[in-house]
Write a protein of this length. Structure first.
Length: 224
């Protein structure tokens, strides 16, 4: 009972992440996480700009949910389909190019209600598998936000600024989650971000269970 209480405390603002619900049985296991190699939470690279109400069907269509993220080759393939559901007429630049397994855009910019729709955990996993590290949006669907944190695949950062109208796809930016600022590296303009708060250390650790193990809240995995 003590271990269960500790894990509940570790969930902080996650409000029972979908990956930890007892009704789900086995949790979703994936092959990779955000890896900053122990460095600060600063991510630099090209951004991919989306608009409002990007749903989980656009992030990873249902036809690809048969891919099993615990298998390395299927995890990689899942990433190659990230954001493939976006309409071509509105997004002529693909997030992951045809015949490529990884994206050129480690930073995704969104508008309001990013990740709405079904509660599929494959959505943040697909983005993480593609090579994306962070999404910066005005707001998130609650379950998508929780799944980002519980899987440890992606940093979901919020901002009051409508960055999807300030930036364009391909722009080089820096997301500094230590100082809560996004910098347009072309213009030098800076935009305020909201702190990650208690979610940050959980993602740093690789997800809710890894965080609980690393802090001694539950027993570490036995050595083989």
């Amino acid at each position: 009972m003590q271990a269960v209480s500790s894990v509940r405390a570790a969930r902080v603002a996650l409000a029972r992440p979908a990956a930890a619900r007892s009704s789900r049985g086995a949790r979703l296991v994936v092959q990779a996480k955000v890896d900053l190699q122990g460095g600060p939470r600063v991510i630099r690279g090209k951004c991919y700009v989306t608009k409002d109400n990007i749903d989980t069907d656009q992030i990873i269509p249902a036809e690809y949910l048969t891919l099993v993220p615990s298998k390395p080759d299927e995890y990689e393939k899942l990433g190659s389909y990230a954001l493939i559901g976006l309409p071509d007429d509105l997004y002529p630049t693909r997030f992951v190019e045809v015949d490529s397994m990884k994206t050129d855009y480690p930073i995704i910019i969104g508008g309001q209600n990013f990740g709405c729709g079904s509660s599929r955990e494959h959505a943040p996993v697909a983005l993480g598998a593609s090579g994306a590290n962070v999404v910066v949006a005005e707001s998130y669907a609650r379950i998508f936000f929780r799944n980002c944190v519980s899987t440890g695949e992606l940093y979901p950062v919020e901002t009051d600024v409508r960055l999807c109208e300030e930036l364009e796809t391909g722009r080089e930016v820096e997301v500094d989650m230590e100082n809560d600022v996004l910098t347009d590296l072309t213009t030098g303009k800076k935009y305020s971000l909201k702190p990650l708060g208690d979610a940050g250390p959980v993602i740093d650790a690789g997800g809710i269970f890894e965080y609980a193990r690393s802090t001694g809240m539950i027993k570490a995995k036995a050595s083989a």
